[in-house]
Design a protein around this ligand. Structure first.
Ligand SMILES: Cc1cc2nc3c(=O)[nH]c(=O)nc-3n(C[C@H](O)[C@H](O)[C@H](O)COP(=O)(O)OP(=O)(O)OC[C@H]3O[C@@H](n4cnc5c(N)ncnc54)[C@H](O)[C@@H]3O)c2cc1C
Length: 365
């Protein structure tokens, strides 16, 4: 008999297991994948840690969370500074003085502010009815057309005119020459990849891989006093209120016989014609000097029954369905639901760790 059966070895499940284990609880972690770690898993190819489920950059403002992850790995000084490629023109992101110089040749913050104000003043509306109008009102037509519109439409698979305005509440615009994508105080990549964090969290805990909870549900439920469930909540309830929608991604990994393909870890393709949204070159996350390089093309798509769900689509319809599942989950006394799939919400890594630590406090206090 275990105290906790933990379904899913991603960050939520692993942090919960680690903390429960420290308190002397007997835990069994199962995962349907062939490896632990969920979406932060890295595959080592040609000496390069490949972020197998998409680029993962750790960032947080919370010193407690930063110290927590630093127990398990040494973080490097990587700073995310993506580059956008629009029909062969290169622009720095996030929108900052470098971007404005590249777009318009403006050299001072005053000139850049005047240019953006002029662009916005030319618009024939001032109340946004959709995402397109919202973005136009925030940054004007040039930035919208070259850096937002097509990228967003590829990501969501629909016209920006059909997307609700609230998706873009604000767009960070910086009037300094600063290409750092995040504003957070702490940022970096674990030297040697993310797996060592998961290995550290799960040290001394029994883990069974290639094991799907639903293949032997009654058996697993009978094994432990309580279940921590981090899989899809609609699947847990057998889709009785309907399936929740997710955007998916198809990753195409390539190993190239050259040392440097694009000179940056992240390049976004912001035109409509290029079918992928980004190319990731993994070695640059760790300043790699290998002879080879590994790149990943990211193709957005709808997640289907047999593909991995990545981004919840929190529109009114899905929210209404989720709320019905949530109401059921709140009545469960022996199941803790946590993580991005069970809560149907997008979590960054620092947020999911904070959420797991809160679940631990709620459980053991
Ligand atoms: C493309 C992409 C890029 C991202 N980039 C960043 C970034 O740059 N920075 C950042 O901070 N965050 C990033 N994130 C978010 C980050 O991946 C998540 O915060 C984190 O992985 C969530 O952990 P989790 O434990 O909730 O879920 P997961 O990592 O998905 O773990 C859930 C686990 O449960 C397992 N599971 C599900 N169902 C079952 C079942 N029936 N039986 C057994 N096992 C099951 C799954 O196999 C999986 O291993 C990104 C996410 C995506 C999708």
């Amino acid at each position: 008999m275990y105290d906790y059966l933990i379904v899913g070895s991603g960050l939520f499940g692993s942090v919960f297991a680690h903390e429960a284990h420290k308190k002397g609880k007997k835990c069994l972690v199962i995962d349907k994948r062939a490896h632990a770690g969920g979406n932060v898993y890295c595959e080592n190819i040609a000496g390069i840690n490949v972020h197998w489920y998409g680029a993962h950059i750790f960032h947080t403002n919370d010193k407690g969370i930063w110290d927590y992850v630093n127990q398990f790995a040494v973080f490097n000084r990587y700073t995310n500074s993506p580059v956008a490629n629009y029909k062969g023109e290169l622009y720095n992101l996030p929108f900052n003085m470098n971007t404005f110089y590249q777009l318009w040749g403006v050299k001072t913050p005053e000139e850049a502010q005047a240019k953006i104000a002029e662009q916005i003043s030319s618009l024939p509306f001032n109340q946004p009815k959709n995402l397109e109008e919202q973005a136009l009102l925030l940054v004007g037509p040039d930035i919208y057309e070259k850096l937002i519109k097509h990228y967003t439409e590829k990501q969501w698979g629909m016209s920006a005119k059909e997307l609700p305005a609230f998706i873009i509440k604000r767009l960070p615009v910086r009037f300094t020459f600063d290409n750092n994508y995040f504003n957070d105080k702490y940022q970096g990549i674990p030297e040697g990849g993310y797996n060592q964090i998961i290995d550290g969290l799960l040290k001394g805990i029994e883990v069974k891989l290639d094991t799907n909870f639903f293949d032997h549900r009654a058996y697993f439920e009978g094994l432990a006093k309580k279940v921590v469930y981090t899989g899809k909540i609609d699947e847990y309830y057998d889709h009785r209120f309907g399936a929740l929608d997710y955007r998916g991604l198809r990753f195409e990994h390539q190993t190239l016989d050259q040392s440097n393909f694009q000179g940056n870890a992240v390049v976004n393709y912001t035109d409509a014609e290029t079918p992928y949204t980004r190319i990731i070159e993994h070695k640059h996350f760790e300043f790699g000097q290998q002879d080879k390089t590994v790149i990943t093309y990211e193709y957005p798509m709808m997640a289907g029954k047999d593909t991995e769900p990545y981004y919840p689509i929190n529109n009114d319809q899905n929210t209404a369905v989720y709320n019905q599942y949530k109401a059921l989950s709140q009545q469960e006394e022996k199941v803790i639901f946590g993580g991005r799939l069970a809560e149907y919400r997008y979590y960054d890594m620092h947020q999911v760790i904070a959420s797991a630590l809160k679940a631990v406090r709620d459980e053991f206090n």
